[in-house]
Design a protein around this ligand. Structure first.
Ligand code: PLP
Length: 385
């Protein structure tokens, strides 16, 4: 049985080209990048080449890219260091952020270092811009941290509009772009944003590798103290393989972004169409329109009493998906995102998340399987279940 992987928002497979790019640094090139000898100079060159490549893709300067151990570290750094180094007293965020933001903001509040304010959202998880402006007008020394696309439901925020409001009121603006980096173009020369977080394993790069973009002049110092690596912004011997793999994965993603986007959007639209037509009672969580994250589709299946088992039944048939909480595939613990936007909606929620390696046939096989699991009778003229 060919297994189907529809959990790409949790993590993506490494692209073969990325493995190739990383291989030299797993084999021959092992020097410490801080060493001045030829071994060290070779790995240093690999890191700086990667930094320039990421900066080129995002239209920013290489010095604005700080490599980290992933999205969680970048999110922690943005919040903790803004409070510590920029005198931030108020964090405006939302109730559907990833835990890397939500828990960090909560910690800062419990320690008495900042007050957390939650911006209102609509039923699909869109930010209420009028409420955001109200909050910005009321408070000073503010950091706004709002994610670009939600990892569970795929609803996107308008970074341009949020950034413009932040500029108007003199607030710092950070966005967790972990789910959109490599899937949407970014032009940091024109986007009014101070910081963004990214993670390589969400765009076919290696796990444990990410970056924080920090606009020049933002004025934060290192969260991780150590040997002065990353221009004193992050101590610790660099994850050379991870950094080289991240840059290669991002280059690849941007090289063919439009084609990948059209392909993946086609998968999502096909699945929406078939589910709507063939499984009675199916609904969708969050925004599923053209402005949403095209890699994510969160489906609410009718309550047939066996909902709890749905992920496991799909898994037994070779289809990998996520339930409630993102980034914990296989776990069906309650989702703070769905509890916020659809607290009373009955049913079983499943997140299907796609990549450029998925196919229409895989979508068809999965819908056919779902029909079987929901015992949808095969009608004349319909696809066989
Ligand atoms: N932010 C979002 C939106 C995510 O989906 C994830 C997923 O894991 C993270 C942050 C954490 O990133 P990482 O796994 O690189 O720490």
């Amino acid at each position: 049985m060919e297994r189907i992987y529809f959990d790409n928002a949790a993590t993506t497979p490494l692209a073969p080209e990325v493995v190739e790019a990383m291989m030299p640094y797993l084999r021959g090139e092992y020097g410490n990048p801080s060493s001045i000898h030829a071994f060290g100079r070779a790995t240093r060159a690999g890191i700086e080449r990667s930094r320039r490549s990421v900066a080129r893709s995002l239209n920013c300067s290489p010095g604005e890219i700080i490599f980290t151990s992933g999205g969680t570290e970048a999110d922690n750094m943005a919040l903790n260091c803004s409070v510590r180094d920029r005198g931030v007293k108020h964090i405006i965020t939302s109730a559907i952020e990833h835990h890397a933001i939500e828990h960090t903001a909560g910690c800062l509040e419990r320690e008495g270092k900042a007050c957390v304010h939650l911006v209102r959202l609509d039923g699909e998880g869109h930010v209420d811009l009028a409420h955001l402006e109200e909050l910005l007008r009321e408070h000073q020394h503010v950091l706004v941290s709002l994610m670009h696309a939600n990892n569970e439901i795929g609803t996107c925020a308008d970074l341009q509009a949020i950034g413009a409001l932040c500029r108007k009121y003199g607030a710092l603006f950070h966005s967790d772009t972990v789910q959109t980096m490599g899937h949407f173009p970014f032009d940091l020369a024109t986007l009014p944003i101070d910081m963004l977080s990214a993670s390589a394993h969400k765009f076919h790069g290696p796990k444990g590798s990410g970056f924080l973009y920090m606009r020049a002049g933002t004025g934060l110092n290192a969260m991780m103290q150590g040997g002065g690596q990353e221009r004193n912004m992050r101590g610790g011997t660099e994850n050379i393989c991870g950094i080289v793999g991240l840059a290669a994965a991002l280059e690849l993603a941007f090289e063919d972004l439009d084609r990948h986007r059209a392909h993946i959007q086609g998968l999502k639209d096909h699945m929406i169409e078939r589910l709507r037509a063939e499984i009675p009672g199916v609904a969708f969580n969050g925004d599923i329109g053209p402005a949403s994250l095209y890699t994510v589709l969160n489906v609410r299946f009718p309550d047939d009493g066996k909902g709890e088992m749905l992920i496991y039944n799909l898994d037994m048939e070779g289809v990998a998906v996520s339930g409630g909480s993102a980034c914990s595939s296989g776990s069906n613990k309650g989702s703070h995102v769905l509890a916020t936007i659809a607290p009373d909606a009955p049913g079983t929620n499943i997140r299907f998340s796609f990549s450029r390696y998925n196919t229409l046939q895989e979508v068809d096989r999965t819908v056919d399987l779902l029909k079987r699991l929901f015992k949808v009778p095969a009608l004349a003229g319909q696809r066989p279940a």
